[in-house]
Design a protein around this ligand. Sequence first.
Ligand code: ZN
Length: 246
Amino acid sequence: MQLQIIGHTAPFPAPGLACPGYLVTEGETRILIDGGCGVLERLLTVCACEELTAVLLSHFHFDHCSDLFVLRYALDASRRRGLRTEALPIFSPSEPPELAGLLTYREATRHVAAIPGETLCLGAIRVRFLAAEHTLPVLGMVLEGTTGTLAYSADCRWGDGVVATARGADLFLCEATFQDGEEDAAGATGHLTARQAAMAAGRAGAGRLLLTHIPAAADRQVSLEQAHADVDLPVALAEAGRTYCV
Ligand SMILES: [Zn+2]
């Protein structure tokens, strides 16, 4: 199974750098996780939208979902050209319903309410959703392929939930929005510091940690150093365009 970083910055893009979007592939299976601002343009350089098996949306903050509303148009065009016949399933929380409802568009896309604890098979990949603690309903995710397990924190604050999501993952893709000294802001806004991301990975016994969701204005090397400080496992910064084997 492979993870390609389409975008990783938040909560708004930077020149040449998209908000969170991650492409997970195994064989013919192609799953897009999240689709924030700038993701669709970057995605189309590596994958035609009609080739997608499914989309998994962690939550309805716009840095994670905005481009999915445009992806609807691209898939509708694909359908009219005969490139795809089935609606693309988009799994997400069901709240807020006024946004979830927009993910069903003509016969191009179909919203599917995802429930924490639920497991499903999408092509060659088994997906499990977990509840994450944030400021609105969020799904953490565990994706199991034939070669390994990827866990994704989505946006979440420190707590048992993020450790449970990372438990036993070979690769833990974890948000690290804040840095040392910003723990109060992190807790109040439902996010993690880089050090907390590493603590979660360490407690969960994850094999490797990949830091994401770091604002473009932050010094990412500082985040990396703070994550490294307390744990003895490989830690790296998510790099746009790069592919990681899981
Ligand atoms: Zn976010």
